[in-house]
Every structure is written in structure tokens, then in C-alpha cells.
Ligand binder design. Structure first.
Ligand code: GAR
Length: 219
């Protein structure tokens, strides 16, 4: 087996975050290998993107399973079989059972389109618009037993503009997602993330944290 970090990516949607990770692997920024792309939706664009990139894909259709635990067991079996070292949720719109968490302790990451702990759960961009915040963004975090409550690895902020719709705001957030998700995986791959209680320390500290980890200046 190579020394590349073995990623299993779970996605339910279009897969632009998956694509950003594929691109960073291909351009040599990220020393990792996607060994499996799993989706719960047969029509997920992520499966198409995986096939185009020559990556093994698997659809585990939840409709064919009697309950969530049964479904999760079959995902864990596929990820274990592929010797996955880090599970990456990239627009995976299902909750993860305790059994799944126990199979990959502190080895499941998620990206959420808001600055957690604000606007957890579904439709985070719409929540931010409705609430009227001036700033929102995205968060990469480790997954724990709660909904979007796990230890935060990287966040990036974007402005909310007066005429924003869910679509324009989501697009602005996605551009930052595509930047910080591969970066968080790179830090994990380099063994630089250390969990202290619920805080994630980065070893050694990044030289210019504002450049590496936070957003460009708001404009
Ligand atoms: C992303 O905005 C991601 O943050 C969000 O789904 C989108 C997936 O886009 N995830 C969640 O809302 C999870 N609760 P993609 O399929 O183009 O990567």
C-alpha cells in the first residue's frame, strides 16, 4: 500500500467539493488517494464525476435497506473493505449512526455551508439570509454524535450582500468550500491535526494563519 492517505468520499449531490478534492490530488497539492466514492443517490453527480476520474464508485441506495443501521452497516463494510483511512462527507445529506462513528473514531470530516455553531442543519444558506446576518461562510469539522456539532478544523467567511438569493450566496460560499476542504484534508494527511478536548490544534502552527486558514479580506 502507498503512503498516500486513503480517502472514502460520501456524497449525495452534484459533487463540486468532491471535484475540488480530485483537482488538488491531480495537481499534487494533496498527497491522498480517493479509493471509494459512495452515494446514497443513484443520480448523484458525484458518481459521474468519480467515473470520469477513474475512481471506484458505489451507490448504496437507502431504499433497499430496512433501516438506517442496516444502511450504515453496509456503508461501513464497503469503506472498511477499501481500507479507507479518512471518511470525507461532501454534501452527504444523511445523519451518521453511532456504529458508523465508532468504526472511524475522529476519522470522519464534514463540510457545512455556514459558520458553525450558527445555522446547523438543513438549508444553512437560507437560514443565514432569513436571519439577516452580514457574514456567513463554511466550516470543515470532525463529525461527532450531534448534528454539525463536532470539533472545528477550518472556517472561511463570506459577506452576505443586499441582493443575495440562496443561489448567489451558496455559490459564494461554495468557492470557499472548494478552498478549505482540500486544505483540511491536507493537514490531516500530514498528521498535523491534534484534538485537545473539543479544540483542533494545528501542528506546527501555520506561519500565516490568516492567509492559510481564513478567508481573503471581505469585499
Ligand atoms: C455543499 O454546499 C455542502 O456544504 C453542503 O451541501 C453542498 C454540496 O455541494 N452540505 C450540507 O449542507 C451538509 N449538511 P456539492 O455536492 O457540490 O459538493
Amino acid at each position: 500500500m502507498s503512503n498516500k492517505l486513503r480517502l472514502g468520499i460520501l456524497a449525495s449531490g452534484g459533487g463540486t467539493n468532491l471535484q475540488a478534492i480530485i483537482d488538488r490530488i491531480q495537481d499534487g497539492t494533496l498527497n491522498a488517494e480517493i479509493v471509494l466514492i459512495l452515494s446514497n443517490k443513484p443520480t448523484a453527480g458525484a458518481l459521474q464525476r468519480g467515473k470520469l476520474a477513474g475512481i471506484p464508485t458505489l451507490c448504496i441506495d437507502q431504499r433497499h435497506y430496512k433501516d438506517r443501521l442496516d444502511f450504515d452497516r453496509s456503508m461501513v463494510a464497503a469503506l472498511t473493505e477499501a481500507n479507507v483511512e479518512l471518511v470525507v462527507l461532501a454534501g452527504f445529506m444523511r445523519l451518521i449512526s453511532d456504529e458508523f462513528l465508532d468504526a472511524f473514531p475522529n476519522r470522519i470530516m464534514n463540510i457545512h455551508p455556514a459558520l458553525l455553531p450558527a445555522f446547523a442543519g438543513l438549508n444553512a444558506q437560507q437560514q443565514a439570509l432569513q436571519y439577516g446576518t452580514r457574514i456567513t461562510g463554511c466550516t470543515v469539522h470532525f463529525v461527532d454524535a450531534g448534528v454539525d456539532t463536532g470539533p472545528i478544523i477550518i472556517q472561511a467567511a463570506v459577506p452576505v450582500l443586499r441582493d443575495d438569493t440562496v443561489e448567489t450566496l451558496s455559490a459564494r460560499i461554495l468557492r470557499q468550500e472548494h478552498r478549505i476542504y482540500p486544505e483540511a484534508i491536507r493537514l490531516f494527511a500530514e498528521g498535523r491535526l491534534r484534538l485537545v478536548e473539543r479544540r483542533v490544534h494545528i501542528d506546527p502552527p501555520v506561519a500565516k494563519p490568516d492567509e492559510a486558514l481564513l478567508s481573503p479580506p471581505l469585499s
